[in-house]
Design a protein around this ligand. Sequence first.
Ligand code: FAD
Ligand code: SF4
Length: 486
Amino acid sequence: MNNDTSAPRQAEWREELRKAHTAKQRAEIPRVKMHELDAAYRVTCNEEVNCGISAEQAVIESTRCMDCPDPQCVQGCPVNINIPGFIKNIERGDFAAAATVLRETSALPAVCGRVCPQEKQCESRCIYNKMKKPAVAIGYLERFAADEDMRTRKADGAVRNSDGAVKVAVAGSGPAGLSFAGEMARLGFDVTVYEALHEIGGVLKYGIPQFRLPNSIVDAEIAALESLGVKFVKDCIIGKTLSFDDLQSMGFKGLFVASGAGLPRFMGIPGENLIGVMSSNEYLTRVNLMGAGTPGHDTPVLPGASVAIIGGGNTAMDSVRTARRMGASRVMLVYRRSEEEMPARAEEIKHAKEEGVEFLTLHNPVEYLADETGRVRAMRVQRMELGEPDESGRRSPVAIPGAIDEIPVDMVIVSVGVSPNPLIPSAIEGLDVSRRGTIVVDESTMQSSIPTLYAGGDIVRGGATVILAMGDGRRAAQSMAKQLQG
Ligand code: FAD
Ligand code: SF4
C-alpha cells in the first residue's frame, strides 16, 4: 500500500483505479446487502439490527462508484463530504485514508453512517439513479470506514494539554455541541462542554435506541474528544446552575449554545393527561437513559399490552420498535396521512413492519378514554382520507365524517414533534429569539445577537437531523475561532 496522500499521487492512483474497470463493468456489480438480525430474535434484545459490511464487501461496493467528474452525491450531502474521495480510498484498500477524508467534514462519521437519511440525501443524487439502478451504498461505506478507523485507532492514553489557551464553553453535548467542541479543540482552544443530564451525547444517547446506534459508538467519539483535551461537566444546566454571566466571570470568552429541541409537543385533545399517556421523549429517555425495564434499574415504565404510538417520524419509529422490545403484544403506529407521506426513514418503516408493528395510517386520534382509576383504556380514532397538497407539499389528511373507531389501549406514546428547549433562550438577556422559540443566528457564521454567543443544531432549526446539527457546530467553531483569534 502506497500511503502517499499528496495531491499529485492521489490524482495518479485515482487515474489508475479508473483504468482498472470500465464504467460498464462497475455498473454491472450488484449493490451490496447488509446483514440484519432476524426480526424474531432482535425484538427480544437491544442488539444492533444492522450488522455492517465486511472489508471484502466494502471494496466491491466501492468499485461500483464511477468517481464522477461532477459528483452530485456531494451536493446531496448537507456538509458536502468528499464522497468519491473517501470511497476511492476504500477501493484501493486504504481504509484509514478513507476515514481521514470523512473526518475532514464530518465529526461523527460512525454515527452519521448509521442514522443519516442517505436515501433522501447523497444516495438520492447518485448517478446510478439515472441509470435506473440502486445508488452506491454511500451510508454503508461511511459506516464501514468509520468503524474500521475506530477498531484500528491506537489510543495512547495521552490527553492534549490546553492549559493557558483561550477558554470557550458549550451548552449541550448532542451532535452540535460535540462537533463544535472537536473543531475548537483542534484549533487550539480550551473547551468545556456543560451537559444538563448525567450522560454525554444528547439525543444520540437518550433518544436513538441502542438497536440503531449502540452507546459504544458514541462513547468512542466522546473518548476521542477527551484525548483532544475537551472537558465534560455533567449535571450542569446553563441558565440555571451557571448563568451566562457566571461563565464570563469564569474566563470563558465564547459560548456555543447547542441545547437542542427536547420539549415535546402534544395534540391538545381530551385525555392526553391520563395515566399511561406520555411523550416519546419521556418514554425513550426512561428506557434508553434511565435503564427502565432492565434489571438493576429503578426507573419504572409500563411494558404495556396494547400500545399506540402517534406520529410518523423517526422518533415514532424508535418508540414503536422500543415498545416491541419492552414486551407489548400489540403495537400500533397511528398516523394521520398515508405511508408515502411518512417522514421516517424507509429502512425504519421496513424494520418496524418486520418486527410486527401494525400501521394504522390515515387514522387520527381525537380522544383518549379512561377507566375508573384514571388510566387510559381506549383511544377514539378518526379515519381520514387524503385531500389536496398543503404548504409542506404533502397531501393533507381530511376527516371522513362519522368514521370514528374505538380501539382498546393501555399505553399511548405521543410523538408529534418537538420544540426548542426554552431555558437558555429565556435566561439570557439581549438574545434574539424567534416566535418558535429558536435562537436567531446569522446562518453563515451561527453568531447570535450577542457577539460572543453562537448557537446551532436543533435550538436554531427546531427538530432537524444529526448531520445538520454537526455542520452547524463546525461552522460556528470556525467563525468563533476567527473572531477570538482576530
Ligand atoms: P440534542 O441532540 O438534543 O442535544 C442537546 C443537549 O443539550 C441534550 O443533551 C440536553 O440535555 C442538553 N441541554 C439542554 N439544555 C441545556 C442547558 N440549559 N444546559 C446544558 N445542557 C443542556 N436525526 C437523524 O439525522 N437521523 C435519525 O435517525 C434521527 N433519529 C432521531 C430519533 C429520535 C428519537 C430523536 C428524538 C431525534 C432523532 N433525530 C435523528 C434528530 C437528531 O437526533 C437531532 O436533530 C440532533 O440530535 C440535534 O442535535 P443537537 O446537538 O442540536 O441537540
Ligand atoms: Fe460515486 Fe454515485 Fe457519487 Fe458518482 S454520484 S461519485 S457514482 S457515489
